[in-house]
Design a protein around this ligand. Structure first.
Ligand code: ATP
Ligand code: BTN
Length: 257
């Protein structure tokens, strides 16, 4: 697998790659590596995570051989540090593009999940390394359910999940998919602060024009119709005849029943 990955990624000009057959969490490894000063475009990959993390410490399952688990380290360039939330959109859009190349129409469940047929097939966890007030590095963690074996039992899920294998009817090649996700991410990166990026992200939003419920842990949910995105990636809802901006963060979103 490792050789195949190296060949696949050769054209992307990544700075350095650390590959693990098994690791706790690629994000933990990437955060430590970033703190030690590794360069922009360093990548951590693993064939299995034993303590993969979602938001707020929730578990993310990535059993051996079945998924993609990557953490890409970026050193923010001019203008990129102003809206760190855009990095989550960057990864989500890259996933949507890579899946489109496989004739799969994916949608982004704002803020950090990618859906196929209303079921989660990928999750994104962006974490930051700060140096005082300055954003020193961003770790973009991405987990993709490639084979059917990557999908946890429904008793462990807060939202329905699926895999690319289940949706396609066959298993896509993981190294090729990894290359296409990273390639799309690098393609979009210089556009992150520009309108075409937000437009493409918005075009892929799940539940657009539909009533949803959003809430932070331990807070009362807000109901509204998904209108689109603000230029910084915040969500715009129409709630009680007013446009309300929902700020990026540990937000849960569900279609309102
Ligand atoms: P919400 O859907 O309310 O926004 P979430 O359920 O997506 O939040 P996250 O922290 O974003 O919460 O994701 C972690 C959750 O994802 C876990 O609690 C579990 O329910 C689910 N999960 C874990 N592993 C997988 C996987 N491989 N595929 C799909 N879902 C998973
Ligand atoms: C979520 O839906 O909450 C996000 C899940 C993010 C999972 C990826 S897998 C690679 C990286 N390492 C981790 O521990 N988490 C992210």
């Amino acid at each position: 697998m490792q050789k195949e990955i190296q060949t696949s990624l050769a054209s992307l000009n990544l700075k350095s790659i650390r590959y693990f057959e098994s690791i706790g969490s690629t994000n933990d490894e990437a955060l430590a590596w970033a703190a030690q000063g590794t360069e922009d475009l360093s990548l951590v990959l693993a064939d299995e995570q034993t303590s993969g993390r979602g938001r707020a410490g929730r578990k993310w399952a990535s059993p051996r051989g079945d998924s993609i688990s990557l953490s890409l380290i970026l050193r923010p360039r001019a203008g990129e540090a102003d809206s760190p939330s855009l990095f989550t959109g960057l990864a989500a859009l890259a996933l949507v593009d890579a899946l489109k190349q496989r004739r799969l129409t994916a949608q982004i469940k704002w803020p950090n999940d990618v859906l196929l047929n209303q079921k989660k097939c990928a999750g994104i966890l962006v974490e930051s390394v700060w140096s005082g007030d300055a954003l020193d590095a961003v770790v973009i963690g991405v987990g993709v359910n490639v084979l059917a074996g990557s999908v946890p039992h429904e008793s462990e899920l807060l939202f329905p999940a699926t895999s690319l294998e289940s949706e396609l009817g066959h298993a896509p090649n993981r190294s090729d998919l990894l290359r296409d996700v990273l390639s799309a991410l690098l393609k979009w990166r210089p556009l992150m602060n520009q309108q075409p990026f937000i437009q493409a992200w918005e075009a892929a939003l799940a539940f657009k024009g539909q009533m949803v419920r959003v809430w932070r842990d331990n807070e009362t949910p807000l109901e509204g119709i998904v209108m689109g995105l603000a230029p910084d990636g915040n969500l715009r809802l129409l709630s009680n005849d007013k446009i309300v901006t929902v700020h990026f963060g540990e937000i849960h979103l569900r279609p309102a029943l």
